[in-house]
Design a protein around this ligand. Structure first.
Ligand code: BGC
Length: 694
């Protein structure tokens, strides 16, 4: 993911003194992210080295309603002087990525010197346009800016071009106590979405359109857009007047609202759009952690995120051939455009479980929304192509009673790599093969024409369907009869347990302080593996079994991956381990806001952000969808007085409010809804509520 034209620059000069936070004196300073109207502001009072005092207020937004547009409002008030003021606003094309400066293996960028270069600047009049190009793939980006000065009609305007930068400046006189206000409108368009020759025109037209609306109207639209989302999310957390929990959840949701690719050709980077961490690559994070959130609150976005997987399906098929599979598709472990971006295959490509993650997310999306048309248009092909890889990858192992086994794969826990029969992988592959078979049968009976067309296209026959079923039926699921737990893989329990007592706090995360080969030799987990399988497939084992597995893996998990605490928290809730659940919820909910991992500088942790919402809804609320049915099993965490959340299930907007002795289910929109509260069937029609005691 490349850094694009820097359009945020607005500079201020008071006569001959340039405003800077590092000179003069800052008398007041405040930075506010307003999550109700989606704007970021700074308000400050500055005294220049020569004693001039100004109040500067900057507000900016990236529009949700007009996806190409960003707007700024820059206000300056002269507090104790009258004089000349210059406000200069720029587009700077001299940008580069910084990841090459890092030694952290999570930043593997090889982009040094390979960023965007300026190919054209159109600066004879406003909107000013800068066109940039990538140097190898020749992708083109056009960025335009337009301005409106709301005060100071006698201002002298000037447009200047210097190397890779273009600046529009306004010089004017200001009187003491007077204010000036500059609005700036910026747009970005790329050749990924539009023909190259149209980009400058599209960019400038949108900038002019933004300007015609004006900042305050855009802010109003932003507020309405977010208002609808907040209403659906329905968050209300009551914990002894502590607002920090709700604030944290809202902060996480706010990031989720703005991160989703919404055109079917983008997904969500592990760090969203907030930094260069992981090079902006997309992982299974979207499917396993984020899709549940989008399916429940932004179903349109969820569909688009899944369409993205269809968009890159051909690459996944090619990838399977590269790995010598004769048929099927293997999704890359990390990618944007569709090619595999992992450089270290043991903790990358070998994570075959990503195939199951994609199929699983499709299933959850369809269960939550009832949108079976997705299966017909895109889903079936993805599910079949990825399922057939499972059949190709495994083998009937004579030494394990001819059960179906997988060798040399890596499960979700990256502190163990290239293993045989990773519990998670085998369990998810079994689920995936069964699901693919079920979908095939469903299409064959109910949509025979579509099924014929698709099976002809991908050369799928009845023998192959039977082979899927046979592999699923005979799947080997590792179990240790002495410890009565599921080993993470065949060799996991043979290893010594990591010496946690001898590991000082500063040697975590382990991956930054020990060679992977050292870590691989011990029983130590970066993140849930067996426990994640229990969360995703909750009906396969008894609570006792899940409890034994939890008690075994929790103490040997470092949570060095931010994908860890939320899952432990949800499973702890299911097992009635309420203290653990609260502990993990606290860890997950404020992870970025409090910079708990000390790495938020590299971008927020999107999977964890969605995980914190899941902790509330799936953990405390006990929500599950199984075979298309919705159920809840809510409880009130010990220190809480109540909480509320909303979800959309098959176009019905349901609100769940958990109080000290009762749960109130209200159908806010939709015709009627059926679900289970523990073992009780509940039916509600629009506008009504049902109250159950707990
Ligand atoms: C985790 C992966 C995850 C990736 C991106 C790694 O640290 O182990 O499971 O997909 O980060 O978030």
């Amino acid at each position: 993911m490349l850094n694009v034209t820097n359009s945020k620059i607005i500079e201020l000069c008071l006569d001959d003194e340039r405003f800077s936070l590092t000179s003069g004196t800052i008398l007041e300073y405040k930075r506010v992210l307003d999550m109700s109207n989606g704007s970021l502001s700074r308000e400050l009072v500055w005294r220049s080295p020569k004693g001039k005092e100004v109040q500067i207020t900057v507000k900016r937004l990236v529009s949700f309603s007009h996806r190409h547009l960003m707007a700024f409002k820059y206000q300056v008030k002269a507090l104790n002087f009258s004089g000349k003021v210059t406000v200069s606003s720029s587009l700077d094309g001299d940008v580069e990525n910084h990841t090459h400066e890092e030694e952290d293996p999570r930043f593997s960028a090889t982009l040094e010197g390979l960023g965007l270069s300026v190919s054209k600047i159109i600066a004879d009049q406003e909107p000013v346009v800068m066109v940039q190009e990538t140097c190898r793939s020749n992708l083109v980006l056009a960025c335009a800016m337009d301005h409106r000065l709301l005060s100071g009609s006698d201002a002298v305007k000037n447009i200047e071009q210097e190397h890779q930068k273009v600046t529009v400046s306004y010089q004017l006189d200001i009187k003491q106590s007077e204010s000036i206000c500059l609005e700036k409108y910026v747009t970005y368009y790329t050749s990924l979405d539009y023909p190259v020759e149209e980009l400058p025109e599209l960019a400038s037209r949108m900038a002019a359109k933004g300007m015609a609306k004006g900042f305050d109207i855009l802010l109003g639209e932003q507020s309405e857009y977010l208002g609808r989302l907040w209403d659906k999310a329905g968050l209300d957390i009551k914990v002894d007047n502590i607002t920090s929990i709700e604030q944290a959840l809202r902060f996480n949701l706010f990031h989720l609202f703005q991160a989703a690719g919404s055109n079917g050709r983008r997904s969500i980077g592990a760090k969203g759009l907030t930094s260069e961490g992981y090079d902006g690559h997309y992982f299974w994070d979207t499917e396993i952690y984020m899709i549940p959130f989008y399916a429940a609150l932004m179903p349109g976005e969820a569909r688009k995120l899944l369409e993205y997987r269809y968009y890159i399906l051909d690459y996944a098929c090619e990838r399977a051939r590269v790995l010598n599979h004769v048929k099927g598709a293997l999704y890359p472990w990390r990618t944007i455009a569709g090619e595999e971006g992992s450089s270290y295959y043991p903790a990358g490509t070998a994570q075959y479980h990503i195939n199951a993650a994609v199929a699983y997310a499709i299933n959850k999306y369809v269960e939550m929304t009832g949108d079976f048309s997705f299966i017909l248009e895109f889903g079936a092909e993805i599910i079949f192509q990825t399922a057939r890889l499972w059949e190709d990858l495994g083998t009937y192992n004579s030494r394990k009673g001819y059960l179906f086994c997988y060798h040399e794969v890596t499960g979700p826990d990256e502190y163990t790599a290239l293993v045989n029969n990773n519990f998670y992988t085998n369990l998810m592959a079994r689920w995936h093969l069964n699901y693919a078979y079920e979908i095939a049968r469903n299409l064959e009976i109910n949509y025979p024409d579509q099924f014929k067309r698709l099976s002809d296209k991908i050369e799928l026959d009845q023998d192959e369907l039977q082979a899927w079923l046979k592999a699923a039926k005979n799947m080997y699921i590792p179990y240790d009869h002495i410890l009565q737990i599921h080993p993470q893989d065949d060799g996991f329990l043979d290893k010594e347990v990591w010496d946690f007592k001898a590991t000082p706090a500063e040697r975590y995360p382990l991956m930054l302080n020990y060679h992977p080969l050292v870590i691989y030799r011990y029983q130590v987990c970066k993140q849930p593996d067996v426990i994640l399988a229990h969360f995703l497939l909750p009906d396969q084992f008894s609570l006792d079994q899940k409890c034994r597995d939890y008690n075994y893996y929790e103490p040997i998990t470092t949570h060095d991956s931010s994908l860890s605490p939320s899952i432990f928290g949800i499973v702890a809730s299911e097992l009635g381990l309420y203290e653990d659940a609260e502990y993990f919820f606290a860890m997950t909910s404020r992870l970025d806001l409090d910079n708990n991992l000390n790495d938020t500088y590299y971008g927020v942790h999107m999977a964890n952000m969605a995980g914190s919402w899941m902790n509330l809804v799936y953990g405390f609320g006990g929500m599950r969808t199984t075979n298309g049915n919705l159920s809840f099993n809510p409880y009130l965490p010990p220190d809480w007085q109540g909480y509320k959340f909303g979800i959309i299930f098959k176009e019905n907007r349901l609100e769940v409010e958990v109080k000290e002795n009762e749960v109130v289910y209200s159908l806010r929109e939709g015709n009627s809804i059926n679900f289970r509260h523990r073992n009780k069937d509940i039916f509600i029609v629009e506008g009504e509520k049902v109250i159950v005691s707990i």
